[in-house]
Each structure stands twice: as C-alpha cells, then as structure tokens.
Design a protein around this ligand. Sequence first.
Ligand SMILES: Nc1ncnc2c1ncn2[C@@H]1O[C@H](COP(=O)(O)OP(=O)(O)OP(=O)(O)O)[C@@H](O)[C@H]1O
Length: 215
Amino acid sequence: MRLAAENLSAHRGEDLIFSNLSFHLEGGSALLLTGRNGSGKSTLLKVAAGLLKPASGLILFWYDTDRKAPRLAEAAHYLGHRNAMKPELSVRENLTFWKDFFGDHEGGEGLSVLDAAAAVELETVLHLPFGYLSAGQQRRMAFAKLLVAYRPVWIVDEPTAALDTSAESLLSNLMREHQKAGGMILAATHQPLELLNVEHLEMKGFEFAAQEFVP
Ligand SMILES: Nc1ncnc2c1ncn2[C@@H]1O[C@H](COP(=O)(O)OP(=O)(O)OP(=O)(O)O)[C@@H](O)[C@H]1O
C-alpha cells in the first residue's frame, strides 16, 4: 500500500492556502499535519478526501505495486470536525446507517455496531439519541464510524479535540491498531497523538504559499 501526493496546491475562495506540497506514505505509516489555526490542515485533508479539488497536483494511492485506486477517497474514511450523525436517531441507528452505507472495502472487515461501540467504551449508550451524548461521547461515537466499515486509509481532522486524556489515549490506541494492521493515517492535530511511523508536515498558511507558488 502506498500513497503519493505530488505538487499539491489548494485555494479557499481567492486565497492560495498551500502550494507545491509533496509527500509519500507507506502502509502502516501516518502523516501528521501541524500548524497554527488557519494554516491549511483541514484544507489539505479535504483535498485528500476528495471533498475539495486541488488547484494543482495529484494524490495517488496504490493497493500494491501494480494496482492503483481510481481515487484515494474510495479507499479512505474521512472524519472531519463535524461528527456526521443525526442527533434524533439513536447511536445504534446512526452506526447501523453508516455500516450499511459504507460497506467494507476490499482487504478487511468492519466491526459489528456493538463491537465498534465497545471499542470506544460506549456500548451502554447505544439506545440513546446521539444528541443526548456529551460532546466527548459524541466524538468517540463518531470515531466508531471508522470501525464499522473497513477502509485502509483514515483521514482524521482533530480526532481527539474535546476529549479527556483517557479518551484521547483510547482513540490513539485504535489508530495505532489500524496502523499495525497495515492501515495508513492522515491526521491534523494540535494534541500529541502518539502514532507509529510518523511523518510530520508543518503547514505554514497562505502568506507563505503565495511566496512559494510556481504555477
Ligand atoms: N470556504 C472558505 N472560503 C474561503 N476561505 C476559507 C474557507 N474555508 C476556510 N477558509 C480559509 O482557509 C484557511 C485555511 O483553513 P483551514 O480550515 O484549512 O485551516 P486549519 O489549519 O485546519 O485551521 P484550524 O487549526 O483552525 O482547524 C483559513 O484562512 C480559512 O479562513
């Protein structure tokens, strides 16, 4: 498994947020994006997840040496700032929806809804409307969405924001387990995540990008 980003640049509105970024990742490794607020971390993750079109460059993903995915997004889960759960549906209904909607990607199998909830230590609140959970419980449950359907790549934006230290280490541990099973992680964070085989990329923001841009 291999990922290559070549000369990526992206705009938000009129502003060039980053330019000519390149990185390479192998299965089991992680790219950790750091940088001040507004420096472009979420923008880069959205480009990787196929939610924003880059102004230039490409992201390519290979399952093995000679088989390329049509798009990285098809092999990836994306967990953004928002949890993407319906507040009025129960936790079980939300996770069941996502499990059916995503289905498993080749190469692995997602956990059952109960096992995924147990993995984030919330199996006792499956019957509650998602909207009743605390902010930290909601974030943990949103993370369980990554577990119910298999994807080799996890793209996660501030996955542990608003979490207490024990939940932070719980999710870090689940991310390391994903890496040990050969998975890849792209993460933006202000907290230390303690992932394995980490490449760091510090985002600098658009003032810097404008100086660097070579169209
Ligand atoms: N829809 C938009 N239109 C115009 N500008 C935008 C839009 N969305 C974001 N931006 C700008 O793009 C820049 C990069 O934002 P981005 O969310 O990628 O930063 P970030 O590094 O993830 O920040 P944070 O650490 O606060 O999450 C910011 O200056 C932001 O104001």
